[in-house]
Design a protein around this ligand. Sequence first.
Ligand code: ADP
Length: 260
Amino acid sequence: AQTNLQTSEKMASLGALVAGVAHELNTPIGNSLLTASALGDMVRDFERRLKEDGGLKRSALESHLGDARKACDIMTSSLTRAADLITSFKQVAVDQASGQRRRFRLDEVLHDTLATYAAQLRRASCSVTVDVPADLVFDSYPGSLSQVLSNLIGNALLHGFDGRDDGTLWISARREGPDLAVLQLRDNGVGMTDVVLHKIFDPFFTTKMGQGGSGLGMNIVYNIVTSVLKGTIRVESVPAEGTSVTLVLPLWLKEDVLQA
Ligand code: ADP
């Protein structure tokens, strides 16, 4: 029975992983597709005008080139984000498939995850305050933890700040007793009503239907935190004040869980 439980847990997290890949890649790839198609239109318009006018004014040429450069910049940053996501999912898949935990410093995994959001954080003029001690060392699954952090940071940007500038994201962690770490991500964004808060872990629940939301992000976070990292998650939120997510995670996983 224990093996079955282990297998079904692995299947559940594999399912969560696949859903996660689809969910997270959707936005940057969708962005790139739209931009590539707009760039194609620009080039066709440019060609048509070249043919009709028999030559373009320098100012028109500069404006076309400026638009094309902007489109290329958007595609480069979206595809960089997609490539970073694939790297991080690959790590989760390796973690899951090998079943091998690894010793890692939380501050380093957090730093690497934040680095994948550098461009987005800069664009949103969002500041991040990190207070994580360097001696907080886990013996667990770094790729899975990185995916959880990535979803939570992405949510603060997409939902919490919702396009608003100058948001702040506070990330802090502390050890609790010999075996646990408490990790908190708090944003001063738009917050959530109780109705939204109660549905936040439901699969496919999103307030951004048709605007890049699939409603899988927090469901994946919940699955990874509880079934892979063996921890707990609590979300508190006040409309117009912000949202706080608290994770309580074991610093290491019991041998019997890992060996099965
Ligand atoms: P998605 O991001 O695809 O909408 P999630 O499962 O990640 O799906 O989130 C579900 C919903 O929870 C979001 O649509 C949003 O309404 C709300 N939410 C999640 N994180 C935050 C946050 N930091 N601030 C405000 N609302 C949030």
